[in-house]
Design a binder for this molecule. Structure first.
Ligand SMILES: Nc1ncnc2c1ncn2[C@@H]1O[C@H](COP(=O)(O)OP(=O)(O)OP(=O)(O)O)[C@@H](O)[C@H]1O
Ligand SMILES: [Mg+2]
Length: 320
């Protein structure tokens, strides 16, 4: 494809496009269908670099993509610190709105050495009601009203009208725990997106996929029959590796496993639990494994979830 004839600067209709054309080969050699996202990200990077080179002050964080969105102020306030810390330069598009959070594809700051990052931003309503809280409280490290860790999980927080601060701290501790779990698993070689930062209600991590084309969940793809068995085994290895580092995903299924270029990545550690603090943990491990087995059964992978869970559990306890 002769991209130079396709993007003749004289034909550029907007200032943005002309600016992008001035950016050089990186921008020019991107395929046309990605141009709108690419140009936006590159323009933002370029403008900011120019401003800083000229001794100017970094422009205010003002992602153009968000302008039309109703909850723009919430998203901006959730992500501005990542911008201030030179981790992201722009918000490019929504990846997906999940149950409790929306994930955005962001342009990464050039200092990070990568192009894109995924930002998971929890909704404000998360700070009003804590779904599932009772189920998982027991197995989480708890934070008291002053944010100090309370180990062991037996202690309850005060509730009622006066506990707004405590509730917000608890949601924050949830998100911190999600980030901490993801970091622990990543550092120990599990297939999870590389965690980058967590501030307040937002988690920043490696983006899986291409800009404008995020990785799909297992739920959304049709696997080749031949790849099913190795992917199944890979997920089971990840389950066992997680357990070896005292984590059970707690919500593992085809909805929380991404598929990209033949490889799987586990995501969404919002419900992860520590087996050391929960006597009923085996049922969560079994449920995770049952869901994975049932997904892969459709591809002819034969596995007995109960047996697998028992084996993994006994190995974890050092019995096998
Ligand atoms: N690192 C990532 N790279 C690409 N896409 C991602 C990434 N993380 C999440 N996504 C996309 O965003 C969707 C929602 O993410 P996630 O499952 O973490 O949130 P959720 O379902 O809202 O979970 P929660 O229960 O924590 O609210 C995923 O299904 C996936 O499509
Ligand atoms: Mg999810």
């Amino acid at each position: 494809m002769d991209i130079h004839t396709e993007y003749d600067p004289d034909d550029a209709e907007t200032f943005d496009e002309k600016t992008r054309l001035a950016l050089g080969s990186t921008a020019l050699h991107k395929p046309k269908k990605k141009a709108s996202y690419e140009s936006n990200a590159d323009v933002q990077r370029w403008l900011k670099e120019q401003a800083l080179e000229d001794g100017g002050v970094k422009p205010e964080f003002n992602p153009t993509f968000l302008a039309s969105l109703r909850d723009a102020p919430w998203i901006v306030s959730s992500l501005v610190q990542f911008y201030d810390q030179d981790l992201i330069t722009d918000v490019l598009h929504v990846v997906k709105s999940g149950k409790e959070a929306t994930v955005y594809c962001c342009a990464a700051d050039s200092s990070t050495g990568i192009d894109y990052l995924a930002a998971k931003v929890y909704r404000p309503r998360m700070f009003r009601s804590l779904k599932n809280d009772a189920i998982y409280r027991q197995s989480r490290m708890q934070y008291d009203r002053d944010g100090r860790v309370v180990r062991g999980g037996g202690r309850h927080h005060s509730t009622g009208k006066s506990s707004e601060r405590g509730r917000a701290a608890r949601v924050n501790s949830w998100i911190e725990y999600e980030f901490q779990t993801q970091s622990l698993l990543y550092d120990n070689g599990a297939d999870v997106p590389k965690p980058v930062a967590q501030i307040g209600n937002a988690v920043l991590m490696e983006y899986i996929g291409d800009v404008g084309q995020p990785a799909l969940t297992l739920r959304e793809v049709t696997l080749e029959r031949a790849e099913a068995q190795p992917l199944f085994e890979c997920i089971l290895r990840n389950v066992e590796l997680s357990l070896a580092h005292n984590r059970i995903h707690g919500d593992l299924s085809e909805y929380n496993i991404l598929y990209w270029q033949g490889e799987v990545t586990m995501i969404d550690f919002a419900q992860a639990v520590d087996p050391r603090y929960n006597p009923d943990i085996f049922s969560l491990l079994l449920r995770d494994i049952e869901r994975v087995c049932s997904y892969f059964a459709d591809y002819g992978v034969a596995a007995d979830a109960q047996e697998l869970a028992n084996e993994i559990w006994l190995r974890f306890q050092g019995v096998l």
